[in-house]
Design a protein around this ligand. Structure first.
Ligand code: GAL
Length: 664
């Protein structure tokens, strides 16, 4: 979907407020430069209070008021919260945990994607809503459901899993071979015997100690189930309201669903972005990484459908965003490719578990600092809209993130402190700290435009991926492979090849031994030819070179002096192998050096701490987004025209704490 203007809005729940507030809300929204709202994604019981009794009158009225004020609408399908009457009548819809316990009524997402009854109810409500609003030109998009996720172990899933396995493997014999069910006498004689990997005897942490092939397939199946459920809804909307685009609000680094596949059925992808809430405070780079994940799904710009607008939590609060941060976080998303920003939520709710999730307005509805900051941001963005919307992010570096590898790495995570997402985050942050922007791509995505590609812990490997990487490198690409890449086949079995398995030829090294670091152990790593040292605290691959040059060695333990980091010249390109996790400082330094050698141009000549820079381009014009995430003022030597303040820079840009500049 290509937009002409930037949508700037709020997630609004008119059903939480007496009608007499609606007009005033809409006026205040206009006052804050809001031109779009998302509505109704949890309003099922209000739309269909009893089976088959649909009432849109309240929603029509709310939408009319908004439209009269010039505010457009994104409509949610309300399927994330099936009503009580439905659940009482059809308990079969409930989501079930690995112990067989029903995840009962009282919150949301309590349904199973594979319940046929639920699919029927879904069809009915989506048809009703789509028919009712199909001719309304003010509906600018549909959001399907809300934040898909969750695993289920119910009987409907079991039946569907058996069908899924049959389709995947054709014969039970093959499934047995792929999983290696001869281990512990787990051989299946027919499809009917297949199981879901729920509660069993041995527990190796989470999940229960099932066959890793089964566990990986279950993850794939669960993701596919969600994708099929989404498609059911998308197909209905496309048929009834073909002119209206369809999206879903995803969660950045969330890893239960293969977002590449989920995105295939959507017109555009949306992100929910909460940098600082009850569950944690993100490093400033993390929302940028989430945005890059979103942009990578369809290789196109995205919307932020929920953007933090206040202090928030369910039982307790995260920090209150400091003056300037709401604006900064907004520009950060735009810098990373957002074409629309919708804040969650319009006004803090008086009831329900999200009473503490503050919005643009507090409970009392009085516009205060946050409202004014968003108003100012909206004003700036409307003024700059034409040169912001549709800008393409320009990256010379990509990080490969694969959901299959993610799941394999979760199922058996190598070391207690190993986290696939954490490694991706560390390399992303290293690039950001070097002022290099990053695309996040899938294993077989086209790499030809990148000067440098990072392949962290790509545990599962195939001949096809190997060839893909080989083609990239021989044509002149630079590839960095980390430890735990290539150790397994696609079915999650260990490879019989010398590690890094199929990647050995590329890397020009052999993993002779490894050491998983436990009980707080660390191992020093020294860069050769430089006085730089770092520490591994998770993993050390002890390498033997086979053509590669040694760049760093271990400086401790029985493998002191053995290679830790190497580089191999191959065709016109280079392959770096990093055999261990390392601290952030070391990774940032190393990535800076390697990318520089690979011809990557940082967006600022010298790193400035806490400053993030992104480049977006359109029609031959380049825009540098410069964001100061720090609490100190910074000076950045740069020339150009600064768009927000409308000023010509004279060799220097001064950015106050949390301030932003767009330099053309
Ligand atoms: C999001 C969700 C919203 C709201 C918000 C605050 O994850 O999509 O509906 O619940 O969190 O908790």
């Amino acid at each position: 979907m290509s937009l002409k203007k930037l949508y700037f809005g709020a997630d609004y729940y008119p059903e939480h407020w007496k009608e007499e507030n609606w007009e005033k809300h809409a006026d205040l929204m206009r006052g804050a430069n809001i031109n779009v709202v998302r509505l109704a994604e949890f309003a099922w019981s209000k739309i269909e209070s009893q089976e088959g009794k649909f009432d849109f009158s309240w929603l029509d009225e709310a939408i009319d008021i908004l439209i009269r004020k010039g505010i457009k609408v994104v409509l949610g399908t309300p399927t994330a919260a099936p009503p009580k009457w439905m659940m009482d009548k059809h308990p079969d819809i409930y989501n079930v945990d690995e112990y067989g316990n029903i995840r009962g009524f009282g919150s949301r997402r309590h349904y199973c994607y594979n319940s046929e009854i639920f699919q029927q109810f879904t069809r009915k409500i989506v048809i009703e809503i789509a028919e009712h609003y199909k001719n309304n030109p003010n509906i600018v998009a549909w959001q399907i459901d809300n934040e898909f996720g969750g695993l289920c172990y119910c009987d409907n899933c079991l039946k569907a899993f058996k069908r899924w396995l049959k389709k995947r493997y054709g014969t039970v014999k093959r499934m047995n071979e792929e999983w290696g069910t001869v281990f512990w006498s787990q051989t299946y004689n027919n499809w009917d015997e297949a199981i879901l990997p729920g509660y069993t005897v041995c527990d190796s942490g989470t999940p229960y100690a099932h066959n890793p092939g089964l566990l990986l397939d279950y993850r794939r199946f669960n993701s596919d189930s969600c994708i099929a459920y989404q498609k059911l809804q998308v197909d209905i909307i496309r048929k009834i309201a073909p002119a209206q685009p369809v999206t879903h609000n995803m969660m950045g680094m969330f890893n239960e669903i293969d977002y590449y596949k989920l995105g295939e059925d959507l017109d555009f992808v949306s992100l929910d972005n909460y940098p600082n809430n009850q569950w944690g405070k993100a490093h400033y780079d993390s929302p940028g990484l989430s945005a890059d994940v979103m942009r990578g799904i369809k290789k196109q710009n995205f919307w932020v459908m929920e953007q933090q607008s206040g202090p928030c939590g369910w039982n307790f609060f995260g920090d209150t965003p400091k003056p300037g941060q709401l604006r900064l976080w907004t520009y950060q998303q735009i810098a990373h490719g957002a074409d629309a920003i919708v804040y969650f939520r319009w006004r803090a709710c008086l009831f329900g578990i999200e009473q503490y999730w503050y919005g643009i307005l507090d409970h009392d509805g009085i516009p205060r600092r946050r409202y004014l900051e968003i108003q100012q941001t909206g004003q700036e963005l409307q003024r700059l809209s034409e040169c912001l919307v549709g800008l393409k992010v320009f990256s010379q570096v990509a990080i490969v993130r694969s959901y299959d590898c993610e799941w394999s790495n979760i199922i058996q995570s190598h070391n207690k402190n190993f986290q696939y997402d954490k490694i991706i985050g560390q390399y992303h942050r290293a690039l950001t700290e070097n002022h290099i922007s990053t695309d996040i791509v899938n294993s077989l995505d086209d790499l030809s435009s990148y000067k440098f590609v990072i392949l962290p812990a790509h545990i599962l490997m195939t001949e096809e991926i190997k060839k893909h990487l080989m083609d990239y490198v021989t044509a002149g690409g630079n590839l960095l492979i980390t430890y735990r890449s290539g150790a397994r086949e696609w079915n999650n079995q260990m490879t019989t090849k010398v590690l890094p398995g199929l990647l050995k030829e590329l890397a020009g090294v052999e993993v002779e031994e490894f050491d998983s670091l436990n009980h707080g152990r660390t191992v020093k790593v020294m860069m050769k030819n430089e006085l730089i040292e770092g520490y591994a605290s998770v993993w050390c691959d002890i390498l033997k070179t086979d053509g590669a040059e040694i760049l760093a060695t271990y400086a401790q333990d029985y493998f002191s002096g053995m290679p830790a980091i190497t580089v191999n010249n191959l065709g016109n390109g280079k392959v770096y192998y990093v055999g261990s996790d390392l601290d952030q400082k070391f990774i940032t330094h190393m990535v800076g050096n390697f990318t520089r050698e690979g011809g990557v141009n940082p967006l600022l000549p010298e790193p400035v701490s806490n400053v993030e820079v992104m480049k977006r381009i359109m029609g031959g014009k380049e825009y540098l987004f410069i964001l100061n995430h720090g609490e100190e003022e910074v000076s950045i030597p740069i020339d150009g025209f600064e768009l927000i303040s409308n000023t010509q820079l004279k060799g220097m840009l001064i950015l106050k704490p949390y301030d932003v500049a767009i330099v053309k």
